[in-house]
Design a protein around this ligand. Structure first.
Ligand code: GSH
Length: 201
């Protein structure tokens, strides 16, 4: 199996954490891919031209990160990172969607501020992304005390989203007014899978 990756994509990081947490590291070759290069052959595997993209042993290309993570989770005998059924499944998938949404807003903001020419930037759009991120972090602050020691697909994606905010917006203090989420992330960031995939290293 091959996983097309970039060093800084948070969606790739999420898949890499699942690979490590599921004990699949020996079965997956990481293939560095620059999705933004005009010469990339990535659209051959993924018409959307995005990483992560997984090529299965059967040669099928899977995307996006929620699909890849659920597929990877089906390949091991340990306890499920994406619960199979019932309330636990919907709770985790909702949490994953919320944290993916934080990533979508943070990546959109990054494209607006770091890639778009300055005279074409749209401040209202940046503010809209900031508001979505802020509201979502407040929800996580209210919920994280109930997670116990879980580090399933929802918590994995939250940890990736918080790590991405630290990586791309270190001056914006998401921890302020959110002590429980900050304490939760301080512990989560020490997991081996988080340390090994830290984009700052
Ligand atoms: N929803 C997708 C998002 C993937 C995504 O946006 N990847 C970015 C890298 S962070 C990318 O490849 N962007 C290239 C592009 O948008 O053309 C997922 O969860 O995998």
């Amino acid at each position: 199996m091959k996983l097309r990756v970039s060093a800084t994509s948070p969606y790739v990081r999420k898949c890499r954490i699942v690979v490590l947490e599921a004990g699949l590291a020996g079965r997956i070759e990481m293939v560095p891919t620059n999705a933004w290069s005009p010469d990339t052959d990535l659209p051959r595997d993924n018409p959307l031209g995005k990483v992560p993209t997984l090529i299965t042993t059967g040669g099928e290309a899977l995307f996006d990160s929620p699909v890849i993570c659920e597929y990877l989770d089906s390949l091991h005998d340990g306890s499920r990172l994406v619960p199979d059924s019932g309330g636990a499944r919907w709770n985790q998938m909702r949490l994953e969607a919320l944290a993916d949404g934080i990533l979508d807003a943070a990546v959109a903001k990054r494209i607006e501020t770091a890639m778009r020419p300055e005279d074409k930037r749209w401040p209202d759009w940046i503010e809209r992304q900031d508001n979505a991120i802020s509201r979502s972090l407040d929800v996580l602050e209210g919920e994280c005390a109930g997670w116990g020691g879980d580090f399933l697909i929802g918590q994995i994606t939250v940890a990736v989203a918080l790590g991405y905010l630290d990586f791309r917006s270190p001056a914006e203090d998401w921890r302020s007014g959110r002590p429980r989420l900050a304490a939760w992330f301080a512990l989560a960031a020490r997991r081996a899978s988080m340390v090994e995939t830290d984009p700052k290293d």
